[in-house]
Design a protein around this ligand. Structure first.
Ligand code: COA
Length: 190
């Protein structure tokens, strides 16, 4: 981390920014000036405005939104192509993180932007001493980041989904991992 130039942040919720480079994508925490572009990315990536609206509702909820855990992947021309968000959830009564929405503009999909944003967000979470991340998503996609079925940890979603789609990532298995039902931030509406 911090191996590239610092990007100034104007967001009220940001405390710091990180910039890291891979061959194509610059990843950094969102700043206040990114809010409209992040909405655009989510509108472009999903069939409805549900995810774009969800991001804004999460950003407005101080119990859900954690500084430094909303990441964008930026193309060399400055376009924000990818987005990954971690927000506070609980497993039982124990704080954990929920990954999502994750979104990449259709024209930039399958070129590493999503992976870059997700890896950066997960790295930031680990550095903040978080230990558990849950995600509901494509069973072919998230295992590459270390996610495995949440049921293997006794972690359950508060709704019916195929077992393979509800996944969990534990950074340090030596630390206690809670089991129980996931309680998402209110904005998720579940
Ligand atoms: C899913 C998404 C975030 C992945 O980001 P991306 O930048 O396109 O993906 P990456 O380039 O990082 O990774 C490419 C890999 O992801 C896989 N992938 C991409 N979209 C996928 C999907 N919808 N289902 C399963 N796998 C998918 C590709 O098959 C590819 O696999 P490979 O490396 O084995 O060839 C992005 O495609 C997207 O926004 N999709 C639409 C919205 C969405 O479904 N969001 C996630 C909700 S769980």
């Amino acid at each position: 981390m911090n191996d590239g130039p610092q990007t100034p942040s104007s967001s009220d919720t940001e405390t710091e920014s990180h910039t890291t480079m891979n061959s194509v994508w610059t990843t950094r925490t969102e700043s206040g000036g990114d809010v409209a572009a992040i909405r655009d990315v989510n509108l472009a990536a999903f069939p409805t405005a549900e995810e774009a609206d969800l991001v804004e509702a999460l950003r407005a909820d101080p119990a859900a939104w954690l500084p430094g855990l909303s990441w964008v992947a930026q193309a060399p021309d400055g376009t924000i192509a990818g987005f990954a968000l971690l927000t506070r959830c609980h497993v039982g009564d124990v704080p954990a993180l929920a990954l999502g929405p994750c979104a990449v503009r259709p024209g930039h999909q399958r070129q590493g932007a999503g992976s870059a944003a997700i890896r950066a967000a997960l790295r930031a979470a680990r550095e903040r001493d978080e230990n558990l991340v849950v995600v509901l998503g494509h069973a072919e996609y998230y295992p590459r980041f270390g996610f495995t079925p949440a049921s293997g940890h006794g972690i359950r979603p508060p709704f019916e989904v195929p077992d393979e789609n509800m996944m969990a990532l534990v950074f340090d298995p030596a630390r206690p991992v809670p089991s129980g039902t996931i309680r998402y931030a209110t904005a998720f509406g579940v």
